[in-house]
Structures are given as C-alpha cells and as structure tokens.
Design a protein around this ligand. Structure first.
Ligand code: NAD
Length: 452
C-alpha cells in the first residue's frame, strides 16, 4: 500500500513510498541487530570516517532536496534548502569530531584505582521523528545513534516520508547494509517499532506521544531520549530595547508558520512598555508575506495539514470568544494558510497552556519581574524561553525561568557544544553537545587496583 505525500500549498500529490507492513518490522529489527556488531567494531573513529563521506552530498544537492522538502512540508524555499545544507558541510564535520571526542574511552585514576570509562552502544536504536524539520529531525536522532555504534531503524513522520527517504538513502550510500533502515507509516508502525526488539528509542515529537512511548518502553526498561513539545515564553522587561524585542517576537512566533518546537507562543510584557511593544509587534507581523513556499519573498507558508489548521483556528476562536483582544491578524485565513495572529490574552486561557504549533502569539501584561517569572513557569512545558531587557537584569530573570534553553536578548540556541534540552514535560533525555551525544550510549566502567 502506498503512503502518498501531499503538497500542503496545493493539495497535489508529491510522491509516495510503500507503507511498511507492521508484520515486517520484527524482521527489519533482526537485520539491524545482525549488522550491529560489525558497525560497532569500526570504533568511533572508524564510524566518523564513514559518515564524513556524506558531508558534501547535502551541500551539493541542497537545491534539489530543498525543493522536495518545501513541496512536501510547505516552508519557504530558502529555509528548506538551508535545512538540507545544515545536515552536511563543515557543520557535519565539526559535529562528527565533537561526537568522536565525547564517545572515546576515558581513563580515571585516583592513586589506588585505575578505571576505564567506556561509552558502549546500546544495540539497535529506533529514531521516530516529526514533520516540522523533516530532514534535520531525522538527522539529529540518527547521527548520534550511529556514532555511538548503534544500528538504527528510522520511522519518519507520515506527513513527510519522501525527504526522509532521501536522507536515509544518502547515508545508506556510505553505510554497510542494514546499519540504517527505514520504516514508513503512521502511529501503528511507530508502536510496532517501539514494541520490537530494540534497545533505545530516540524520539522527537509531541508530549502526548512521548508519554505513550515512555509507557510502552517501561516493561523492558528500554532506554529513551524524548525531545517533546513546548509553549515557549518571551519576557519583555520595561528596560528592554522594545524594537528589537518586537522584531524577535515576529521572527520567532511566525517562522515556519509557528510550527517550531521553540516558537514564541506566550509573551509577558511589562506594563510600562506594553503599548509600544504591541504596536511594533503588530506592525512587524503585518509586513510578513504569507503564501506558497516556492514564491519569491514568502515568509510564512501553509500549515502542514487540515488537522493542524483546525487545531490552530480552534484555539484562536476559543480565545476570542473568551474575551481575547485581536492585536494583529486574526482573519483572512484561507485553505491551509493561517494569518500571523497576535492576541491580547489572559494567562488562564487554553491558548496559553496547550501547544499551538501555529502562527499565533499571545500577549499578557505583567506588573513586575516576579509576575513575569511566575507566569512564564506556569505550564507543564520547559523547552525554551527568551528574556529581553538590560543585560544584567534580564540575565537574572533568565536564571529563574525553568526551561532547558533560555536566551537573553537573543534566541535560545547556545554556544557550540551546548545541548538541545528541555525541562519538565518538554524532554526526558536530550541530545546535542558532548553531554547529549553520550545519551545514545551506555556508560560502563572497568577498574583494577593500581600498583603502589
Ligand atoms: P507526533 O508526536 O504526533 O508524531 C511524531 C512521530 O511519532 C511521528 O513519526 C508519528 O508517526 C509517530 N507516532 C505517533 N504515535 C506514535 C506511537 N504511539 N508510538 C510511536 N510513534 C508514534 O508529533 P508531530 O505532529 O509529528 O510533530 C509536532 C510535535 O513535535 C510538536 O509537539 C513539537 O513541539 C514537537 N517537536 C519537538 C522538538 C524538540 O526538539 N523538542 C523538535 C521538533 C518538534
């Protein structure tokens, strides 16, 4: 049976892949297990040498693959092509070096004991991924799994199978047989993969599915790395550069039509600068061009699906009927396009608590730093957060926000080597940076007495 991928901008079929029968999954996992010792035996340096072989491919083919990504997912073409390039080039080479260093054996000595700390593969890993960054999400889960010496079965989102299939074929071009395999389908295939004889589940997706995976992993205590959803706050203090804060809000709330795990969805702005912030933010948002990702100058593409659009429009309607003010956008939605919308909301509304994953930002006015921190922390999520204000004061407020990644007068990404990490219900395990790479391996120690 084919799994057809549709262009969300036009409704046309982009292509199809065969759905993997659920009954075939145990056999695929068995092949991955048979291939694993050989892959592990290459050592981390050997594995890096193999994977370096794809660095140029993602750069050389970024236009062609970026076009496919945009056709399948809808984001503007420059973003689609950039996402493809980010999987290769110098960035990949640096990442492989960092992983190699993180996963080498370490020696610990205290005068009496000599210990070797090794980072050993778990065995067979599954990578289960979402559609919003349809090539980089598979890459972020597959690469550290492989580098740790696991073999991998990738189950990409059913919304974006074609670009994930291209990704896998590029890696398969350099990898030994069965080291990376792909299962196509939706939740039935995901469940069957989680239930199969695997050792590690590397998952990026929603909090709800993450919880189901954790439950399914419990009987065998399978290892998990779960990167989940968010409801990121932006705090604007009354000594902030309001123009910069508004510019950031417009970029970070509406990029990829808000279909980003670290999108700004909640904004807490202090009373003294609230009017100015709202005016500047609404102006910036009104300048964004909404349309088909392939068109020149487009900033915001369509929602991935009718289901996602209905969820987003439902949240807007419910907020407005509960008394939310429309500060910007709010109408003109058509097809799968949702206009960038800014609401003056109340912290208790559903739109302030549940992930929107669409181009909607809600502004709540706060009296002081304490109220901003209290409300910013008042959701089950803790992925990213951003604070705009004078450097020292914003830094202090940032320290008090319970999120894995907090940016001060900038976005959430850290310096090279930082993990991509969520607190609370946004993550359970994490990836990126030396600490993240080691989550894809089992730490073991072997010790002996040191001669005195
Ligand atoms: P989703 O959770 O619905 O699906 C993710 C993947 O899980 C898909 O491949 C899906 O087929 C599969 N799946 C569904 N049910 C399953 C089950 N019971 N067992 C196993 N697999 C199952 O998420 P989505 O709609 O594809 O993506 C959007 C979500 O991903 C948002 O919540 C977003 O915040 C999150 N996300 C998080 C990060 C991060 O780094 N933390 C990055 C990107 C996206």
């Amino acid at each position: 049976m084919p799994l057809t991928s549709f262009n969300p901008a036009t409704g046309e079929a982009v292509g199809s892949v065969p759905v993997t029968p659920v009954e075939a999954i145990p056999g695929i996992v068995a092949r991955a297990r048979a291939a694993q010792p050989g892959w592990a035996a290459l050592g981390v340096e050997g594995r890096a040498a193999v994977l370096r072989g794809v660095a140029d491919v993602f750069v050389d083919r970024s236009d062609e693959l970026g076009d496919l990504l945009t056709a399948e997912m809808g984001k503007p073409l420059r973003e689609g092509r950039g996402e493809v390039r980010s999987c290769g080039g110098p960035g990949l080479l640096a990442e492989l070096d960092e992983m190699t260093a993180a996963l080498r054996p370490e020696v610990l000595k205290d005068g009496r004991t000599y210990t070797e700390l090794i980072h050993q593969p778990f065995g067979v890993a599954s990578a289960i991924t979402p559609w919003n960054f349809p090539i980089s999400m598979p890459h972020w889960m597959v690469l550290p799994s492989l580098m740790a010496g696991n073999t991998v079965v990738l189950k990409p989102s059913e919304e974006t199978p074609l670009i994930a299939q291209e990704y896998a074929e590029i890696l398969q071009g350099v990898l030994p047989p069965d080291v990376l395999q792909v299962v196509h389908g939706a939740d039935d295939q995901g469940k069957a993969l989680v239930a199969a004889d695997i050792d590690l589940i590397a998952f990026t997706g929603s909090r709800e599915v993450g919880k189901r995976i954790l439950e399914a992993a419990a009987p065998g205590l399978k290892r998990v790395v779960l990167e989940l959803g968010g409801k990121d706050p932006l705090v604007v203090l009354d000594d902030a550069d309001v123009n910069k804060a508004a510019g950031f809000a417009a970029r970070n709330s509406f990029r990829n039509a808000g279909q980003v795990c670290v999108s700004t969805e909640r904004i807490y702005v202090q009373d003294g600068v609230a009017d100015e912030f709202e005016r500047l933010f609404a102006h910036r948002a009104s300048q964004l061009t909404v349309g088909e990702g392939t068109a020149e100058g487009v900033d915001v593409g369509p929602m991935i699906s009718a289901r996602q659009r209905d969820h987003v429009l439902g949240q807007i309607d419910a907020a407005v009927s509960d008394g939310a003010r429309v500060i910007g956008g709010g109408d003109g939605h058509h097809g799968l396009y949702v206009m960038p919308t800014i609401l003056g909301a109340d912290h208790s509304m559903d739109v302030m608590q549940r992930e929107t994953f669409g181009p909607v930002a809600c502004v709540v006015r706060v009296a002081d730093d304490n109220e901003a921190v209290r409300l910013a922390n008042d959701t089950p999520f803790g992925l990213g957060a951003v604070v705009f204000g004078s450097e020292d004061r914003a830094w202090n407020v940032a320290q008090r926000i319970d999120a894995g990644m907090v940016g001060v007068n900038r976005g959430v990404g850290g310096a090279h080597g930082s993990p991509w990490v969520g607190t609370k219900e946004s993550g359970y395990g994490f990836h990126g940076g030396p600490h993240g790479h080691r989550q894809f391996a089992q730490a073991r120690i072997v010790s002996r007495r040191t001669e005195t």
